[in-house]
Design a protein. Structure first.
Length: 244
C-alpha cells in the first residue's frame, strides 16, 4: 500500500466526520429549550449522558455566545442569543406571516401560528395570540410535534400529492386526511396532539423550500369550522403572494 496515496482519502474521511463537540452543544440547547425550568449542570450532564466536566466546558462556550445564561443559583436556561439566531430562520416566511397571524388571532379569538416541516416533526416558527381573550391555547415558537399528528402536519402533506410525498421517502405514510385537505384547501384535527384541543390548518407553499402550514388551535369556538378554514386558506394565499 502506498501511504502517500492513502493519506488524502483518510483526511477526506476525517473531514466528513461529524463534530462530537458541536453535536453535544446543539443537544444541550435542545434539552434546555424543552425543559420546563432552568437546570443544574448535573441535571443537564445527566440528560446529555456525559460527565459534568464535559457539560461544563460546553456550557461555558455557549454562555460566551449568550446562547444560554445562568441564574444566581447556577442553573442554566436558554439565553437571548438564541432569539437573535431565531430571527433569521425562514425570515421571509416570518415577515410575511406575522400580519396574517395577528389578524387571524384577533378576528377568530384563537391562537394562530405557522409551523415548518423538519424531518419527522412540525416545529412552530412564529405565533400570535388574541389581544383580548380569557382562555386560549398557548403555542410557543419552537414547539414540536410529530408531522403525522394534527392538522398542521396534514396540511403540509396536502401541499403534495400522495405520489410526490412517497417519492420523498420520509418513512411516514400519506394520511387519507391529506387527500381530503387537498380538495377542501384546509385540514382539521381534534385530540391528536393535545387532548381536548382542536386545530385547523392550511398549507403554505414556500418557493424553493418545503411546504409550511398556517394554523389555529382552540378548545372551543363559536365560529363555524368551515368559515375558519376559508379564512386560513385566504391568509395562506396572501402569504404565498408575499413570498413569490
Amino acid at each position: 500500500m502506498n501511504p502517500t496515496a492513502s493519506a488524502p482519502a483518510g483526511a477526506a474521511q476525517a473531514q466528513a466526520s461529524p463534530s462530537q463537540t458541536l453535536s453535544r452543544g446543539i443537544r444541550a440547547l435542545e434539552i434546555l429549550a424543552a425543559a420546563q425550568n432552568p437546570m443544574t449542570i448535573a441535571e443537564l450532564a445527566d440528560a446529555m449522558g456525559v460527565h459534568r466536566s464535559v457539560a461544563y466546558r460546553i456550557l461555558r462556550t455557549l454562555e460566551d455566545h449568550s446562547l444560554l445564561v445562568r441564574d444566581d443559583a447556577g442553573r442554566v436556561q436558554p439565553g437571548p442569543g438564541l432569539a437573535v439566531l431565531a430571527r433569521g430562520v425562514s425570515r421571509n416566511l416570518q415577515t410575511a406571516a406575522l400580519p396574517e397571524l395577528t389578524q387571524l388571532a384577533n378576528t377568530l379569538d384563537m391562537t394562530a401560528f405557522v409551523t415548518v416541516w423538519d424531518h419527522q416533526e412540525c416545529i412552530t416558527l412564529v405565533t400570535a395570540e388574541p389581544r383580548h381573550s380569557g382562555a386560549t391555547v398557548a403555542q410557543h415558537p419552537g414547539t414540536r410535534h410529530p408531522i403525522n399528528a394534527g392538522a398542521p402536519g396534514i396540511a403540509i402533506q396536502s401541499a403534495l400529492t400522495e405520489s410526490e410525498w412517497n417519492q420523498l421517502a420520509t418513512g411516514i405514510a400519506y394520511r387519507p386526511e391529506a387527500a381530503e385537505a387537498r380538495r377542501a384547501g384546509y385540514s382539521s384535527s381534534h385530540d391528536e396532539v393535545i387532548a381536548g384541543v382542536s386545530s385547523l390548518a392550511a398549507p403554505v407553499r414556500v418557493p424553493g423550500g418545503r411546504p409550511a402550514a398556517l394554523a389555529v388551535v382552540y378548545i372551543r369556538s363559536a365560529h363555524d369550522p368551515a368559515n375558519v378554514g376559508s379564512a386560513l386558506v385566504e391568509s395562506a394565499a396572501r402569504i404565498e403572494r408575499q413570498l413569490a
